[in-house]
Each structure stands twice: as structure tokens, then as C-alpha cells.
Design a protein around this ligand. Structure first.
Ligand code: PLP
Length: 395
């Protein structure tokens, strides 16, 4: 409904909201709402991994102990116990423990990205992203009117040589955003030698690397390459999340990076939520400190590894010559390249009971017209074959 006969609400919306950040995520969530579909669309963790019983047990304990901290406002930096658990995990898993001033507890990974965008970006600033990349990150950077520029990736992750050439040609980004492990949407992992080269470029040219580790702990064999932050804590902010390893209902994550940067993020957080929810922080603290998180991770890795193997076998069997796809070793996604218009295919697939996401929203510049993202994280094994058969029948 219009505000007055002469004015629509959208006339009052801030100019920055018109940057066509995209309704992409909302559209994907909309597709997911149809329970009839075999859906390779959403990047959600499977509810089978959610620790309902143990979360209930931990909550009961907190309530019985009369522990008000779980129900009270928390410090902006996060509760002491939660910070300790996160710092200890970073030390155990990445070989580096953040100093007190280098760690901020956030409301999920997306808030960490929003805080970075809010802290660094003026209208017209340049942010380099992998092309394709996580749609939420493109939206966060565009939300502050940045120019988002894509540098391609291949089976070994971001083309750091291509980035180097563009920097040599005069490109001056403030930020470079990367998802080095089991990337969303491409399912690829940044090779070790490219990691070293990337942080050297950041040091030489003076930009901040924003490292998103959303899927890092979901390598199928449990292994991971050195994180960018552990290799170069002077030029990297790492955005982490418990959404894929614990459960997204708590909206919990972290940012670690140079103390001066983290202080700026904490300042920006005063007007997002002031503090991440204390209840989720305390649940996570109890859950992780008892070793339950590591047990859950083991089960999750096995589940997603099985599904991925099933998907790759089905693609091998069903897809015609000319189709190509990535072979993930962790995370939720494989990325398909087809010799045809993938958007039209995605629409036809939905009519035939299969949901897939076309590639274009994952690019900042309209490319991706022949790509599809396939997420295997939430498709029951028995449905994966049927879904890929239906998709292949349309090719
Ligand atoms: C690469 C990447 N980063 C961040 C997020 C956001 O996660 P969170 O639930 O922690 O906000 C996602 C979620 O899909 C993601 O895929």
C-alpha cells in the first residue's frame, strides 16, 4: 500500500538500499518453502545434526543453577567463558590463540561481515570477492555502496595470479573477501601456496583480507589447510560461525583479527545488537567444553561426506558430456557448469519437482548464466539419485 497518493514507501527508502543488493536469498528461501520439491537449493545444515537433547540438558542445567548470565545482556565482546572456549578452539584447530583484544563474539558469520562492511566501506570503495561467492557477503558490501569486483576462481580456489595482475594494473581494494575452505557456492578449497601468496599481496598493497571460515571444520576427513588468519594475523580478519557445526538457531559466530580492527568492529556492534545472545553463548560454551561439539562434528562430517559421494556418483552417471562440476572434499556444495542457460533450466527443474539455484546471484557482475549450485546438505540420500535423474532428464 502507498504511503500517500503521491508517495510510495520505496520513495522514502535510503538510496543505499536501491543498490540492487538483490532479493536473492529471499528468493531461495521462498523456493525451499515447497515441501514437495527435492531441494538442492538451500545451504542449510541438516536438522538430523541438531543436538536438541543435549541443548535441552544444558539449558536445564543453566536454569537449575540459577545462572543469570545466560538470560542477561552480555558484554559486547562476548561472555568470558564463551570467549575462552572459542579462543581455545582456535588454538587447537588453527594453531593460534587470539589475544584478548583480537576476538569478538558475533551474532553469526553474517554479522561479522556486516560489521566489517560498516567499519571499512565508504560509498564507491572497492571490495574484491571471488567470483562466484557467498551472496550474503555481496549484499553486505553493497549495503554500504561499495563497488564489488569479482576475480575468478578455479578448482584450487581464488585465482591469486589474476588478482596480482589486477593489483599491478592499479586496482586498489580496501577489502578482499574469500572463503578458502569448501567454498560457497563453488565447493573448492584455496591451495596452500595460493594462501601464502594472497597474504603477501595484502601486505604489499595494504588491504584487509576477510577470511570466511563457515565450512572450514566440515572437511570430510577432518583436515584443513592453515587458515589465512593464523598465517597472517596482521592483515586478516576471520569471520567464523557455529551455524554449520552447532546449529544456526543460536546465531553465534566470531571475528578475530588485528586488535585495532576488532575494536572498530566492537564499536560498530553497538548499533547492531550490542551483544550476541547470551543464552546461545552459554549453551555453546557448555556444549563445546564437554567435547559434545567434536562428537557432533564427526557425525556431521560423515553425513555430508556420504551425501556428497552419492551426488557425485549420480552426476557422473546421469549428466551428458559437456557438463562439468566441482568435487568438494568438505562443506555443502558442488558447482555445475552446463552448455546452456542455467536460469531457464532451474525454472523448468522447479516445475519438475527439483530445486536448484542458478549461478547468476553468486556473481557481482551478472555472470554465471551457465552455472548451477547444488547443495547436498539437506537432501536425503535416497532422494539424491531421483533428483539428479529428474534434472538430467531436462538436459
Ligand atoms: C560462506 C558463508 N558465510 C557466512 C554464512 C552465514 O552464516 P551465519 O548463519 O553464521 O550468519 C553462510 C551461511 O550460509 C555462508 O555460506
Amino acid at each position: 500500500m502507498a504511503l500517500t497518493s503521491a508517495r510510495r514507501w520505496s520513495d522514502l527508502f535510503a538510496v543505499r538500499t536501491r543498490a540492487a543488493a538483490g532479493d536473492g536469498i529471499a528468493a531461495i528461501l521462498g523456493v525451499l518453502a515447497n515441501p514437495e520439491l527435492i531441494s538442492f537449493a538451500g545451504g542449510f545444515p541438516d536438522p538430523a545434526t541438531f543436538p536438541a537433547e543435549r541443548a535441552a540438558e544444558a539449558l536445564r542445567e543453566l536454569a537449575d543453577a540459577g545462572d543469570a548470565s545466560a538470560f542477561q545482556y552480555a558484554p559486547t565482546q562476548g561472555l568470558a567463558g564463551t570467549r575462552e572456549v572459542l579462543a581455545a578452539r582456535l588454538e587447537a584447530l588453527q594453531g593460534r590463540r587470539p589475544a584478548e583484544a583480537e576476538l569478538l563474539v558475533t551474532s553469526g558469520g553474517i554479522e561479522a561481515l556486516e560489521l566489517v562492511a560498516k567499519s571499512f566501506l565508504d560509498p564507491g570503495d572497492t571490495v574484491v570477492v571471488e567470483a562466484p561467492t557467498y551472496l550474503g557477503a555481496i549484499m553486505a558490501f553493497r549495503g554500504y555502496e561499495a563497488e564489488v569486483l569479482g576475480v575468478p576462481l578455479d578448482a584450487d580456489g581464488l585465482r591469486v595470479d589474476e588478482l596480482e595482475a589486477r593489483l599491478a594494473g592499479g586496482l586498489r581494494p580496501k577489502l578482499l573477501y574469500t572463503i578458502p575452505d569448501h567454498q560457497n557456492p563453488a565447493g573448492v578449497t584455496l591451495a596452500a601456496e595460493r594462501r601464502a601468496a594472497l597474504v603477501e599481496l595484502a601486505r604489499r598493497h595494504g588491504f584487509l583480507v576477510v577470511e570466511d571460515v563457515a565450512y572450514r571444520e566440515l572437511g570430510f576427513d577432518g583436515s584443513a589447510l592453515p587458515s589465512l588468519w593464523s598465517a597472517a594475523p596482521d592483515v586478516v580478519v576471520q569471520a567464523g560461525t557455529t551455524s554449520k557445526t552447532f546449529f544456526p538457531g543460536v546465531r553465534l559466530g566470531w571475528a578475530v583479527g588485528p586488535a585495532e580492527v576488532v575494536a572498530q568492529l566492537a564499536s560498530a556492534k553497538q548499533t547492531t545488537d550490542q551483544c550476541a545472545g547470551a543464552l546461545g553463548q552459554r549453551l555453546f560454551e557448555l556444549y563445546a567444553s564437554r567435547g559434545w561439539l567434536d562428537e557432533q562434528l564427526e557425525r556431521s562430517r560423515a553425513l555430508y561426506a556420504r551425501r556428497c559421494a552419492r551426488l557425485l556418483a549420480a552426476l557422473e552417471r546421469e549428466l551428458p558430456a559437456g557438463a562439468a562440476w566441482t568435487r568438494p572434499v568438505g562443506g555443502f556444495f558442488s558447482w555445475l557448469t552446463l552448455p546452456l542457460d542455467a536460469e531457464a533450466l532451474a525454472l523448468r527443474a522447479a516445475e519438475h519437482g527439483v530445486a536448484v539455484v542458478p549461478g547468476t546471484p553468486f556473481f557481482p557482475d551478472g555472470r554465471g548464466g551457465t552455472n548451477l549450485r547444488l547443495s547436498y546438505s539437506m537432501v536425503g540420500e535416497e532422494l539424491i539419485d531421483a533428483g539428479i535423474e529428474r534434472l538430467a532428464s531436462l538436459l
